[in-house]
Design a protein around this ligand. Structure first.
Ligand SMILES: Nc1ncnc2c1ncn2[C@@H]1O[C@H](COP(=O)(O)OP(=O)(O)OP(=O)(O)O)[C@@H](O)[C@H]1O
Ligand SMILES: [Mg+2]
Length: 242
């Protein structure tokens, strides 16, 4: 039924501003079922704002956001999440006083509010995040930043999303944790979850993603396979830090 070419998420011409400062100028991004897509760009390029505009966290002033064929432009974030679009923002929103297990249970309870949605089993989650299984009883405050980052993603998966937006999942992580994060993203893909992630690190993006967009000053400057992007010195030098 669903094939790799089914569009799951699509933005057309989205514009967004903070106060009077416009920061997105008509962004078109497409995510198809089964894909991992990287939205790349330097600091301040508009990556997080694009994800926020998709989720309805910042209002879009123009353009449309379509999720699984439904126009969700202007919807509240929680309604979009309930349709099956997970969102892991830049700042890690976990409960540091709770254990790993308890944080995941919070994710399960939020998921229970969505009709027809079976929360994920912990076994399925721990297959993607083996390190979390080992620290199930640990307080989140006693985890490293990278481990907390994994936990925020795991908690989002408890809501059984069909697609997930990940805002800079590799940011600030030690190299060994970056590898674990890449494995986790690929495991999500293997589970049939489409992923749109923002990223500055071309090494990470090429390890996990099928396609890439490059954004600069709030507009898409490049779109293609991650392989072609790696081979494109001009684009890399103009818009990426590597
Ligand atoms: N809350 C805010 N209020 C005002 N301006 C903001 C706000 N958040 C972001 N901006 C501005 O919007 C522009 C795009 O920011 P955005 O956070 O989308 O960039 P980014 O690509 O995610 O960068 P980074 O890699 O640093 O996370 C930047 O010029 C930034 O300064
Ligand atoms: Mg950002």
């Amino acid at each position: 039924m669903s094939t790799a070419s089914t569009t799951i998420l699509e933005t057309r011409g989205i514009a967004a501003a903070y106060g009077h400062a416009q920061v997105l100028f008509g962004v078109d991004v497409t995510l198809r079922a089964g894909e991992v897509v990287a939205l790349m760009g330097r600091n301040g390029a508009g990556k997080s704002t694009t994800l926020k505009a998709i989720m309805g966290v910042v209002p879009s002033q123009a353009g449309t956001v379509t999720f699984e064929g439904q126009d969700v432009t202007g919807w509240q974030p929680y309604r979009i999440a309930r349709l099956g679009l997970g969102y892991v923002p830049e700042d890690r929103r976990i409960f540091t006083d709770l254990t790993v297990y308890e944080n995941l249970e919070v994710g399960r309870k939020s998921a229970a509010g969505s009709p027809g949605k079976e929360p994920w089993s912990l076994d399925r989650l721990f297959a993607i995040f083996p390190n979390l299984a080992e620290m199930k009883g640990r307080r989140a405050s006693a985890m490293s930043g990278g481990e907390q980052q994994m936990l925020t993603i795991a908690r989002t998966l408890m809501g059984n999303p069909h697609a997930v937006l990940l805002d800079e999942p590799s940011e600030g992580l030690a190299p060994v944790i970056v590898e674990q994060m890449a494995d986790a993203v690929l495991a999500m893909k293997a589970q049939g979850i489409a992923v749109l992630l923002s990223e500055q690190n071309l090494y990470f993006a090429s390890a996990v993603s099928d396609r890439a967009y490059v954004i600069e000053k709030g507009a898409i400057r490049y779109e293609g396979t991650t392989e072609d992007l790696e081979a494109n010195d001009e684009i890399r030098e103009a818009y990426l830090s590597v």
